[in-house]
Design a protein around this ligand. Structure first.
Ligand code: HEC
Length: 125
């Protein structure tokens, strides 16, 4: 039946059009509570970790007065700047891309929470 077939096609399209990384920044602000013990989200000050203001799009390991691990600096040499995909991977498991880095954090395992968090990080200017 053509009607059933076009219905199927329409629902398949609807599924495909859901963007994988459409995070909710308002919810992400809540997830960021996991980060603020070590990172400022309001100004350029460093804490245990460097400020996260402007992090999306920022070159990796680029805060001049912060002492990064050698391993994060090596990662920066090949990876360049923080985009959504690199942040997603690092936040899921900081030891995956930077095994000898010094971010002592287990990671956010829930992909939706990471997408929300990254949407929130993108608002930090
Ligand atoms: C226990 C402290 C701690 C927690 C909690 C923590 N971080 Fe970090 N973070 C660090 C440290 C330390 C570094 C520096 C890593 C290095 O030099 O290897 C870092 C580095 C980073 C960087 C790289 C910054 C740059 O300038 O390249 C990002 C991005 C980051 N953290 C995001 C997060 C996010 C998002 C969270 C919350 C989900 C979080 N961190 C939780 C300590 C922490």
């Amino acid at each position: 039946m053509t009607f059933a077939r076009s219905l199927l096609a329409v629902s398949a399209l609807a599924l495909l059009s859901v963007p994988a990384m459409a995070g909710d920044a308002a919810k992400g602000k809540d997830v960021a509570k996991l980060c603020i013990a070590c990172h400022s989200v309001t100004d350029a000050k460093n804490k245990v970790g460097p400020s996260l203001v402007g992090i999306v799009g920022r070159p990796i390991a680029s805060v001049a007065d912060y002492k990064y691990s050698d391993n994060l600096k090596e990662y920066a040499a090949t990876a360049g700047a923080w985009d959504d995909a690199k942040l997603d991977s690092y936040i899921e498991n900081p030891k995956k891309d930077v095994p000898k880095g010094k971010m002592a954090f287990g990671g956010v395992k829930d992909a939706t929470k990471r997408a929300d968090l990254i949407a929130y990080l993108a608002t930090l200017k």
